[in-house]
Design a protein around this ligand. Structure first.
Ligand code: FAD
Ligand code: 2HG
Ligand code: ZN
Length: 455
């Protein structure tokens, strides 16, 4: 009996996909840069079915690629040729919100937006948010330790995890869902799965911490002289605004693309060297304290603010539409890096030159999450120089004491450069963990640790 028939008998005929045209949508990543040919897509409905699928693949010695919303930007959710693609999207049940513990249980395939709707209806909120909310899944967010726009207030996804259920490579199931805030009994396996990018197990359920729902919000878009000025403004705003929740940086090159591809008027009468978008959220209206704090900022070139929902959305669009606008221009080489904020201004200034040395005709678009020194480096018109650009940019990041992956993960695209951000001893420990939990190398081969292949 073929592996496909065995998998069909686990998930039902409708959820084992072999038709080439339907497979195609799962085989290509969001950016269009990465693809691979899966032998089939399997869509299990619950943890038990996931465990059975993993066991059958292990028995057949066939590798698995795990995919949630397929919004990842480092090629981690595209299959290696000939592997089985396990889609988590049917694991989409959200449990009741526990408004005393401030927690909720969500299936790995629940989208961020779907979970936000549920917890907001119960008067609470989730601490992580970003533009892929309608498609990305909470399982994918945990697997990549996604960051986003609220990290300065709430931390990244890891900080929101109170527990998980996961299926290991041999089909055994780890369940740690009590959500106890105090529970020190050995290794933190939930924490280990977070950021493991599908290489150690398939996350099927999560116990998530929630935060207060702060409906009173105010957003300001500030025009500043450059990165150093943006950091000065951030320092001052942080000091006077405990309600500060987001501080996002972008530049004229990115704004031009957003204006060209989106249906938006320019935010200011003339362009400026850099833009800082900030948001405050509180129980009572934060608009006045935000305006007061902005009025105290020295050297602002211009500013526009909004406290009503539609105005806030419009200001956020200038920042959130960067990724789509860049893709509308072409397939970018996309690098997500972080440097210490004390080095950020110098790094930003040097980066276009670093890229041009590797790819003389490239266009570099920079934007990012200012408080974490997290810069999104998107390089257009230079896909044929992708390796040279990656090498040049990531080497310069390492020189600054930064990270080659701030929030998107290592995936396939940066696996060869992991050593720039992790010591030989750290990589050896990662390999030992991988060997212990997935000795045959069947889970997401080629992701994170590039040379671990199915044996
Ligand atoms: P996928 O893309 O399907 O998978 C990502 C990785 O996780 C793969 O390695 C996959 O194998 C693994 N994986 C997925 N589900 C599971 C599971 N249940 N168990 C084990 N492994 C699994 N990221 C940020 O951090 N911050 C941002 O601000 C941000 N903004 C974005 C904006 C846009 C417009 C887009 C397109 C992407 C953005 N991303 C951002 C990247 C992406 O949305 C996140 O990495 C997200 O967490 C991926 O979720 P996903 O469900 O789409 O995962
Ligand atoms: C964001 O912050 C995402 O908008 C996407 O992390 C970054 O497209 C990118 O490079
Ligand atoms: Zn980001």
């Amino acid at each position: 009996v073929s592996l496909e028939s065995r998998l069909r008998s686990i998930v039902g005929g409708a959820h084992l996909i072999v038709e080439r045209d339907v497979l195609a949508t799962y085989q290509r990543d969001w950016t269009g840069r990465f693809h691979g040919e899966a032998r089939c897509v399997v869509r299990p409905a619950d943890t038990e079915q996931v465990a059975s699928v993993v066991r059958e693949c292990a028995a057949a010695g066939v590798a698995l690629c795990i995919q949630g919303g397929n919004t990842g930007l480092v090629g981690g959710s595209t299959p290696m040729d000939g592997s089985v693609l396990l889609s988590t999207r049917r694991l989409d049940v959200v449990g009741d919100v526990d408004s005393v513990a401030w927690q909720v249980t969500a299936g790995a395939g629940v989208t961020l937006a779907g979970m936000q709707r549920r917890v907001r209806a119960a008067g609470l909120d989730f601490g992580v948010d970003f533009a892929a909310r309608d498609s990305c899944t909470v399982g994918g967010m945990a697997a990549t330790n996604a960051g986003g726009e609220r990290v300065l207030r709430y931390g990244a996804t890891r900080a929101q995890l109170a527990g998980a259920v996961a299926v290991l490579a041999d089909g055994s199931v780890l369940t740690r869902m009590s959500g106890l805030p105090k529970d020190n009994c050995g290794y933190d396996l939930t924490g280990l799965l977070c950021g493991s990018e599908g290489t150690l197990g398939v996350i099927t359920e999560l116990r998530l911490r929630l935060v207060p729902l702060l409906r009173a919000r105010a957003v300001a878009l500030l025009a500043v002289d450059g990165t150093a000025a943006a950091l000065d403004a951030l320092r001052a705003l942080r000091e006077s605004l405990p309600a500060l929740e987001a501080a996002e940086l972008f530049f004229p090159a990115g704004l031009d693309l957003v204006l060209r591809h989106g249906d938006l008027p320019a935010p200011f009468p003339e362009p400026h060297p850099a833009y800082l978008l900030v948001e405050c959220a509180d129980l009572s209206d934060p608009a006045e304290p935000l305006l007061d704090a902005i009025a105290q900022l020295p050297g602002l070139r211009d500013a526009t603010t909004s406290a009503d929902a539609s105005g806030r959305r419009k200001l956020w669009a200038y920042r959130e539409q960067h990724t789509e606008a860049i893709s509308a221009e072409g397939t970018p080489v996309k690098l997500d890096v972080a440097v210490p904020v004390s080095r950020l201004a110098g790094f930003v200034a040097g980066l276009p030159g670093t890229v041009l040395q590797a790819a003389p005709t490239a266009r570099t678009v920079l934007f990012g999450h200012l408080a974490e020194g997290n810069l999104h480096v998107n390089v257009l018109d230079a896909l044929d120089c992708a390796d040279a650009i990656t090498e040049a940019v990531l080497t310069s990041v390492a020189r600054e004491g930064g990270s080659v992956s701030a929030e998107h993960g290592v995936g396939r695209s940066k696996a060869r450069w992991l050593h720039l951000s992790r010591s030989a001893a750290e990589v050896a420990a990662m390999r030992a963990l991988k060997r212990a939990l997935d000795p045959a190398g069947l889970l997401n081969p080629g992701v994170l640790l590039p040379d671990v292949q199915p044996s």
